[in-house]
Design a protein around this ligand. Structure first.
Ligand code: KIV
Length: 287
């Protein structure tokens, strides 16, 4: 069931579990049908994630997509007018060069229909976050396993597994909050570390592979629905097996076409009797 009021940045910022708020629900979506599904399911936020690179466009990492790609998918989601906050993901190299470029690139996502943007990284992103907030563009942070750092991390690996790194993560989260982020995604960190970060912040944390203590959870659309069945990370729970159902349905269609069972008479258009007769006469040479 869809919620009655569309969530806003201030309403999301206020959702801390320790204050009795219901956990936030975020899911990725990349097109209008996906946005309609998220809307009808009543999720709070749609992340038009750079994961589109891997789950939709077939790349091996998220580094291949551009601001134009993300704007294209954000616009498709926004056209569905979901009652969800739309978060546009800033892709790699869209917020690394200068604050001016960062603001311009974020503005492209906002003009495509995002109400806020997300970017990856800790303290070193503070100037970019401040510039965005200054330009009235709300920012969601993203810490821990940051997929755009895949090469620097040496692969998609759980982060902050040692006490020093855990303390750095808490410091990064506080710096992001201080710079003006309204929420922070915590990806691929131990449950205990996510709890420390969540306790240290006044803004909500949204976990993915970060245990049970975050203020909300996010999963990738294709993982929730079982459309992606090649890799199943430990933190994914599948709520359907749509890939299997889709292959079954497509095979049935192919079989029906091949044996002549599709289309049936009821699935075909017909001429009315008068036109049919005229054509028959024409065909017989009497017309
Ligand atoms: O792009 C994405 O899907 C993400 C989520 C994993 C949080 O950033």
């Amino acid at each position: 069931m869809a919620p009655s009021a569309r969530p806003t940045v201030p309403s999301i910022r206020a959702r801390k579990a320790r204050d009795g708020s219901e956990p936030l629900v975020m899911v990725t979506a990349y097109d209008a049908p996906g946005a309609r599904i998220a809307h009808e399911a009543g999720v709070d936020m749609i992340l038009v994630g750079d994961s589109v690179a891997m789950v939709v466009l077939g790349y091996d990492d998220t580094l291949q997509v551009t601001v134009d790609d993300l704007a294209h998918h954000t616009a498709a989601v926004a056209r569905a007018k979901p009652d969800c906050l739309i978060v546009g993901d800033l892709p790699w190299m869209s917020y690394h060069v200068s604050t001016e470029e960062t603001v311009r690139n974020a503005a492209q996502l906002v003009r495509a229909g995002a109400q806020c943007v997300k970017l990856e990284g800790g303290r070193k992103r503070v100037p970019m976050i401040e510039a965005l907030v200054d330009a009235e563009i709300p920012v969601m942070g993203h810490l821990g396993l940051t997929p755009q750092s895949v090469h620097a991390m040496g692969g998609f690996r759980v982060q902050a597994k040692e006490s020093e790194a855990a303390l750095q993560l808490v410091a990064d989260a506080k710096a992001l909050q201080h710079a003006g982020c309204f929420a922070i995604v915590l990806e691929g960190v131990p449950d205990e570390v996510a709890r420390m970060v969540t306790d240290a912040l006044d803004i909500p944390t949204i976990g993915i592979g970060a245990g049970r203590h975050c203020d909300g959870q996010v999963l990738v659309f294709h993982d929730v629905l079982g459309l992606e069945d090649r890799v199943v990370p430990k933190f994914v729970r599948r709520y359907a097996e749509l890939k299997g159902s889709a292959v079954e349905a497509m095979s049935a269609f192919a079989a029906d076409v091949r044996c002549g069972a599709f289309p049936a008479d009821a699935e075909s258009y017909h001429l009315d009797a008068e036109q049919s007769e005229a054509l028959a006469l024409y065909g017989s040479g009497r017309g």
